[in-house]
Design a binder for this molecule. Structure first.
Ligand SMILES: Nc1ncnc2c1ncn2[C@@H]1O[C@H](COP(=O)(O)OP(=O)(O)O)[C@@H](O)[C@H]1O
Ligand SMILES: O=P(O)(O)O[C@H]1O[C@H](CO)[C@@H](O[C@H]2O[C@H](CO)[C@@H](O)[C@H](O)[C@H]2O)[C@H](O)[C@H]1O
Length: 478
């Protein structure tokens, strides 16, 4: 169904002009100075610290409610390409509002006044912070169909009521989420690329398979490839999922336990069981295949390459680089031996969470763990994040997280007990104990700690000592 009343001025720069006033002429020129000031201040902006080159407008759509009056009332939806030296252009999803005189509550969301272009004289602001525009987006999700290049889809059985009060989530996150009436949460992906985002793909697969370990998606929206609907895969832009009220994330719970030197082992084991259940459900729903020796060698080569790149970028990693390479050499050797030596049995690959850590696990008031954010590591290209991988990668991610919690609050011994409890819980369900795969687990844990060193150096330099202490430990493990 196409509901054109939702799109006042559908237009993409490469598409033929649509009826109505065209948004595009002058829009980018008027946005340019505002974006240069605003984008680098956003947590989700990936190119911090690098100069911004040119902007490109990949798509521009204005959403207004059916029967909406003409005027600066709509939600301006943009896909903007940003060129920066040393990185491939990034495409960002921007949702903007425009107002002649910004109400005080929206001042902190302001980009600034537009000069020229279709919004001349109006102040532009980040639309998720405006309850009226956030409500408009939810209304649009309730009606499957298209608005210009945007396509809105809802699960057939999903019924979500109108009028749920929106608020922007204050959680530390890589995207922007809106919570509606403590019933649904809409994640708006900020850096987007062609191809279904695994957060939608995997949570949908799990929910459709009846897994209770996931917050079910009820609706989502995508954009056609800006070159045209048949030119490439659509971009996933937003996913509306069930909100889990009263839940606490594993990171907060673990930190509280570390600080009082508490016993969190029952929860850690429960999390291990939940992780193994999710792996089993993903293996049942999506392809699984054995990993040949050469593929394992390629994985080891990728890890070694990431280590070299990280050592070049983060000087504090360099003293450990030589010794750390041994973990990847051992993995490559296991590959050369036809994957024998990697652990008992064949190494299988399947779809996994991809960036599992304590902050990605929510414990509900009933004590049950649910996993969220199946997006994979945000810095990796989408194609790589969607590739099947050994499930031990997720186990290694969670083991690193117990280590993080312990070292964050200076209680190293807490980590060992809880890492063991997590593995025991995992083994109970999976029938395979990750501790019986030392070559695999060491390589994946090292790779994750290397990733974390780069992540912390870029985003939270004060936290860099945490992965560095792990790298020191892993480098001295024979
Ligand atoms: N279904 C949910 N129910 C309750 N809270 C959620 C839900 N999904 C996410 N959250 C909260 O939002 C935060 C950010 O979500 P996440 O998916 O990790 O975003 P991002 O990928 O942008 O980092 C989580 O840490 C959690 O606190
Ligand atoms: O949650 P995201 O998908 O945005 O993941 C990124 O940010 C995480 C931090 O918020 C980062 O996780 C690292 O720090 C956690 C504590 O804050 C710790 O529990 C994790 O083990 C550690 O990796 C994650 O790596 C990054 O991709």
């Amino acid at each position: 169904m196409s509901d054109s009343s939702w799109t006042r001025v559908p237009s993409t720069p490469s598409a033929p002009p649509a009826p109505g006033r065209d948004l595009v002429p002058g829009l980018l020129r008027s946005l340019d100075p505002l974006l240069r000031g605003w984008l680098p201040r956003q947590r989700w902006f990936a190119g911090k610290g690098l100069p911004i080159g040119r902007f490109g407008l990949a798509a521009a759509t204005e959403l207004v409610p059916p029967g909406g009056r003409l005027g600066p009332l709509g939600l301006l939806h943009l896909l903007v390409d940003v060129e920066q030296p040393g990185r491939a252009p990034d495409c960002y999803q921007l949702l903007l509002g425009a107002h002649p005189l910004l109400p005080p509550a929206l001042v902190r969301a302001a980009l600034g006044p537009a000069v020229g272009g279709p919004y001349d004289g109006l102040t532009l602001y980040d639309a998720p912070h405006d309850p009226r525009l956030a409500a408009l987006l939810l209304e649009r999700l309730r009606l499957p169909g298209r608005s210009g290049p945007l396509r809105f889809t809802a699960e057939p059985h999903a019924e979500f009521p109108p009028g749920l009060a929106p608020r922007v989530s204050t959680a530390e996150q890589s995207n922007t989420s809106l919570v509606y009436g403590d019933a649904y949460i809409l994640k708006l992906f900020r850096r987007v690329s062609p191809g279904t985002n695994p957060d939608l793909e995997l949570s949908l697969a799990l929910a459709r398979a009846g897994s209770t370990r996931v917050a079910e998606p009820v609706a989502w929206f995508e954009a056609d490839d800006p070159r045209g609907p048949d030119a490439g895969e659509p971009f996933t832009l937003g996913v509306l999922q069930r909100y889990l009220p009263g839940s606490q994330d594993g990171w907060a719970l673990a930190l509280a336990s570390v600080e009082e030197d508490g016993d969190f082992r029952a929860e850690a084991a429960g999390l291990g069981r939940a992780t193994a259940e999710v792996h089993a459900s993903l293996a049942a729903a999506l392809p699984v295949r054995p990993l040949g020796g050469p593929a394992l060698e390629r994985i080891a080569a990728g890890m070694a390459r990431r280590l070299d790149e990280t050592a070049a970028e983060v000087p504090a990693v360099r003293p450990y680089a030589g010794a750390l390479r041994a973990a990847f050499d051992d993995l490559a050797k296991a590959g050369a031996g036809g994957a024998a030596g990697a652990g008992p049995g064949q190494v299988l690959v399947q779809r996994i969470h991809g960036d599992l850590h304590l902050g990605q696990a929510l414990r509900g008031p009933d004590g049950a763990w649910v996993l969220i954010d199946f997006e994979g590591e945000p810095a990796r290209p989408l194609a790589e994040r969607r590739r099947p991988a050994p499930p031990v990668q997720d186990v290694a991610g969670m083991l690193r997280s117990f280590d993080y919690a312990a070292h964050h609050s200076g209680n190293g011994p807490w980590a060992a007990r809880h890492r063991d409890a997590f593995c025991s819980g995992y083994a109970e369900v999976a029938g395979l104990d990750p501790r019986d795969q030392p070559v695999l687990i060491r390589a994946f844990e090292t790779d994750k700690a290397v990733y974390e060193a780069r992540y912390e150096a870029r985003h939270r330099p004060a936290w860099l000592p945490i992965p560095l202490s792990a790298l020191a430990r892993l480098a001295s493990t024979p």
